[in-house]
Design a protein around this ligand. Structure first.
Ligand code: INI
Length: 154
């Protein structure tokens, strides 16, 4: 008999931390609203959900690490918006932050979800923050719920 591991989308009794950057806050506010909406609608205990604000996406990994290692949360959701400019800054930030989040999840042994947009234009970011392409904050929270439930079965 094959044993199948599959995470439900039930967020009851699951504790989440969200780390969000203030940079491009017009987008970030909408990603955060989407993430909180997803958590609440899937039954997460909102009084046990923590939101930590940081200045920019570069500051997300150290705070995500502290929260992930604290043992107070079942998953950490990272939200931010990186938009390409005229210099290579965007490329350095996006690859550094993405790698760091992957490493933090492995080190802390809990799901760390990457909901940081990496867009070429502000229009692409707006589309992903509640317009054409949905809300990536909502999607990141649903991924966090599923992964927290997968971890509970391992
Ligand atoms: N931070 C972002 O979150 N998004 C960006 O698009 C961005 N750009 O373009 O520069 C950005 N820069 C700030 C960076 O994350 C740090 O806060 C800063 O370098 C101080 O460490």
């Amino acid at each position: 008999m094959v044993k199948t591991i599959q995470g439900s989308l039930d967020a009851k009794n699951v504790r989440f931390a969200i780390v969000i950057s203030r940079f491009n806050t017009f987008i970030g506010d909408r990603l955060l609203a989407g993430a909180l909406d997803a958590l609440e609608r899937h039954g997460a205990p909102m009084d046990e959900t923590t939101v930590a604000w940081v200045p920019g996406s570069f500051e997300i990994p150290p705070v995500a690490r502290k929260l992930a290692l604290s043992k107070k949360f079942d998953a950490v959701i990272c939200l931010g918006t990186l938009i390409r400019g005229e210099t290579p800054h965007f490329d350095h930030l996006s690859s550094t932050v993405t790698k760091a989040l992957g490493n933090i999840g492995l080190e802390a042994d809990i799901p760390v979800i990457n909901g940081i947009l990496t867009c070429n234009t502000m229009e692409q970011a707006v589309d992903r923050a509640g317009l054409k392409t949905g809300n990536k904050g909502f999607d990141a929270a649903v991924t966090a719920i599923e992964m927290a439930q997968v971890f509970r079965q391992l």
